[in-house]
Design a protein around this ligand. Structure first.
Ligand code: DGT
Ligand code: CA
Ligand code: CA
Length: 461
């Protein structure tokens, strides 16, 4: 046995316990360690990291002598997955925050522990760094450890051009004189820039945009007027249409499209034309009863392997919108997959391309599709691309959202909700939209109902 994979295979096959000096318990121990090792090396979904970060921050903040506690790194930049958590804290007096940190109940392993820095691994496998920094360095440290590395390098270069040294301790003149770094804003100000939102700090043009006074006003959750992709009990959802509508209203939305799956997606009890027609009647009934929320008629139509849609034009014509998605045949060649999707988008009734890459984080790679062609087709055809808020999807991704925006293609941020609580997921979609430089204007479902209806009608027939 020479590799970890071979060891794992042998332990799984029960061959380790047969060795002299090894038993079943050792074998199980080996398998557990390997599993932990795998988890520790994997990137963690943002939402999962959030579940571990929040209580840890609360725990640290409750410690006497602790002032600020902030999670920096990719987490603060809103990335859809994080490698580890980078926490910064400031303290006063005799704080024992490091001791407190390494004794946190969830800590499985202490990797290192010093006076101002410690690294631990939580039981979940998530690694966490804590750094205690001086108050006057807090902004510089927050900037440095928020990253990204590409952004930091660019900013440091700007500083050098002005004779300034920028590091995690502050901003310094050549003679060593401290000129800033207590706040993040002071770091940006030292190089003549306005503050750049963490979500944009990927070294993809944000510094140039800031210099030119052209940073976008990023979208926020309160800008969303509705959600155009949810499921109900009729297929794989867990709530009725009415429950979903009431929950959408409670979430501050003014319209909601019901978009259940179609017949070919048998695992989700997809609707055939007769069941969809029944649903449309029920929506008419509910719209007469409900106040303060409008239900739109939609369908998440299967894009079949040849790019045709799973329902007849006769029934599609009765809808307010058609959202088309790929849920099968993930392994087609790039040429076939791209042709398939472009053909679907060019259908007579087609409003929004659902979760364009079909990826499931940690589970399924993105399909091989030429996303630039998809964006160009959305532009020509006059349809929209979804940014799906499911934590495992979060797709369209940041780079393509930015590209769609540049080409004038509107994005639709949807929950793809399957239960009444799922509207909370929209926050995650908004975070990714911000990483994609999107403003309110770039997002279809920030429009009031009347404008939205016009925009959808243009895609239908
Ligand atoms: P992750 O953890 O893989 O999701 O990504 P980050 O961005 O959180 O990266 P991480 O944890 O390695 O480091 C946190 C931040 O610290 C990073 O975004 C920028 C800063 N940093 C780390 N290493 C370097 C470096 O070598 N140079 C510079 N300028 N900054 C660095
Ligand atoms: Ca990190
Ligand atoms: Ca780190």
């Amino acid at each position: 046995i020479e590799t970890l994979a071979q060891l794992e295979a042998a332990a799984r096959a029960g061959r380790v316990r047969e060795l002299p000096g090894f038993g079943e318990k050792t074998e199980r121990g080996i398998l557990d360690s390997i599993a932990t090792h795998h988890v520790a090396r994997q990137r963690v979904q943002r939402q999962v990291a959030h579940q571990f970060a929040e209580p840890l921050v609360t725990y640290l903040q409750a410690m006497p002598g602790v002032d600020k506690v902030v999670v920096a790194g990719s987490y603060r930049r809103g990335k859809e997955t994080v490698g580890d958590l980078d926490i910064l804290a400031t303290t006063h007096g005799e704080s024992r925050v490091m001791e407190h940190f390494v004794h946190y109940d969830e800590v499985a392993q202490i990797i290192s522990q010093g006076a101002t820095r410690a690294t631990v691994v939580l039981r979940s496998g998530l690694q966490v760094d804590l750094r205690v920094v001086e108050q006057h360095s807090f902004g510089a440290a927050l900037h440095y450890f928020t990253g990204s590395k590409a952004h930091n390098i660019q900013l440091r270069r700007l500083g050098q051009q002005r004779g300034l040294k920028i590091n995690e301790y502050g901003v310094f003149r050549r003679d060593g004189q401290w000129v800033g770094g207590d706040t993040e804003a002071s770091v940006f100000e030292s190089v003549g820039l306005p503050p750049i939102p963490p979500e944009l700090r990927e070294g993809r043009g944000e510094i140039e945009a800031a210099q030119a006074g052209r940073l976008p006003t990023l979208i926020s959750l309160s800008n969303l007027a509705g959600d155009l992709h949810v499921h109900t009990l009729a297929t794989d959802g867990h709530a009725t249409i009415e429950e979903m509508a009431r929950a959408a209203k409670a979430a501050g939305l003014s319209y909601l499209a019901i978009t259940d799956h179609t017949r070919s997606l048998t695992v989700a009890h997809g609707l055939d034309e007769a069941r969809l027609a029944q649903q449309l009647d029920e929506i008419d009934r509910l719209n007469e009863q409900l106040q303060g929320i409008t239900i739109l008629k939609g369908s998440e139509v299967e894009i079949l392997e040849d790019g045709s849609l799973d329902l007849s034009e006769a029934i599609l014509a009765r809808l307010d919108l058609v959202i088309g998605g790929v849920h099968s045949q993930f392994h087609l060649s790039s040429r076939k997959q791209t042709l398939r999707i472009l053909r679907a988008m060019n259908s007579r009734y087609f409003s929004i391309l659902a979760h364009p890459s079909a990826r499931l984080l940690g589970e399924r790679q993105a399909i091989a599709v030429d996303m630039q062609q998809v964006i160009a087709t959305a532009h020509q055809r006059g349809c929209y691309l979804e940014l799906n808020s499911q934590p495992q999807r979060l797709d369209l991704t940041d780079v393509y959202s930015q590209s769609a925006k540049e080409q004038g293609v509107l994005i639709c941020i949807n929950s793809d909700g399957h239960s009444a609580n799922d509207f909370a997921l929209l926050e995650g979609g908004i975070e990714q939209a911000r990483r994609g430089w999107l403003s309110k204007e770039d997002v279809l479902n920030t429009r009031p109902l009347k404008t939205l209806r016009e925009a959808l009608r243009a895609t239908m027939g």
